[in-house]
Design a binder for this molecule. Sequence first.
Ligand code: GLU
Length: 473
Amino acid sequence: MSSPIRTRIAPSPTGFLHLGTARTALYSWAYARHFGGQFILRIEDTDVARSTQESVDQILQSMHWLGLTYDEGPVFQMQRLQRYHEVVEQMIAAGTAYRCWCTPAELEAMREQQKARGEKTRYDGRWRPAPGKVLPAPPVGVKPVVRFANPPHGVVSWDDLVKGPISISNEEIDDLIILRPPPDDAPAGSLGIPTYNFAVVVDDWDMRITHVFRGDEHINNTPWQINLYRALGAAIPQFGHCPIILGDDGLKLSKRRGAVSVTAYEEAGYLPEAMLNYLARLGWSHGDDELFSADQMVQWFDGSHLAKSPAQWDPAKLAWVNAHYIKQADDQRLANLVQQQLRTRGVLIERDAKLVSQCALFKDRCATTVELADWVEIYHRAPTPNADERATHVTEAVLPALRALRERLGDCEWTKEGIAGALKQTLADHGIKMPALAMPLRLLVCGRVQTPSVDAVLALFTREEALRRLRDV
Ligand code: GLU
């Protein structure tokens, strides 16, 4: 019987959950769910200087918001130091790793000499044991690193789930540092810290990970990792390296060119199901399907149809996908989100039936819940019509009709139908057409000239508030 599918996502807590990581998390999650396997969250916090608890919290929050449920974890690498040391000692004993006492100055000199000779810079193996080789005595006062004795020759090949067959020659890579000594200011007895390439292998081995999806910036690390699995006698997972995401300017999506964190999109009013749908399509396809749920994706996602070339982040398409899900969203849920959005603007409102109706009325024209909150906000802030628009629409000629309408609105039934009746009557009495009256009315009450049907918009104000806004005509 083949072993169960186990995938993982392994973010480093040195910032927010990046969109690229969210996408590989989604692929890893969907792959495990498709095959009835497990998905694991691991926090790679060995960069002690840059890792923060705030970032861990943000990552957990983003995973939760996206609905990417994990079956195990979060596992923290810094809680596994003992285990890495155990494996390092086994490797040293087996001759697949060795201590190296080179100082930074020595390594620098080595590089300079190689450069001067026009060679590729690499560790020259001076502390690597070999039969018949006499190593110098370890220098006093230097704390050694541990290096992996990478096979010096041959080729490392794997069939990448995304990119297809890849081969890299061992001549291209040197003896990787797998363990660094603890920093000088660490308390006595502190353990050294493993490097990424080593910790990732020990973890994926211990966690019985069968499939690794990650960004293609790691392709150059994979040969070392495969060699490490071999040295440990461990089963090698399958790798799928997803291309980077490009910004809409064709360059790598980065902080400098707009939002790159999941949190930023949550705050900007995107729904998690829209983010998942959009991220899924950014590097994977299922026929011509553009709009699908996470459940549908799980049914379809078997690791095939992953794109080999980079996808471009397309804010307009994301907005379109989000608008679709906002239209479909339950009005009560939208009311909650709008209430939260308005709270961040200092507008404190009840989550009452009126708010729910306002969400229902405006949601069809919104790409984000921020836009929806903009609409709802018109009910809670005095309008500030633009002077030019006011001059265009609130003309001397229309004032008598507006005043008459105000009178009618004072005693009509305060419903959409009642308000529609008052409008119709006023149009008939003054011999004017709907736009001539509706435009100034919208501008004065809502502060904007484009709104859904004005009777429906007005009905969600109180009569008192609507009349107050028409007081000055
Ligand atoms: N911590 C690594 C990263 O965030 C994980 C890479 C991997 O999945 O192996 O890039």
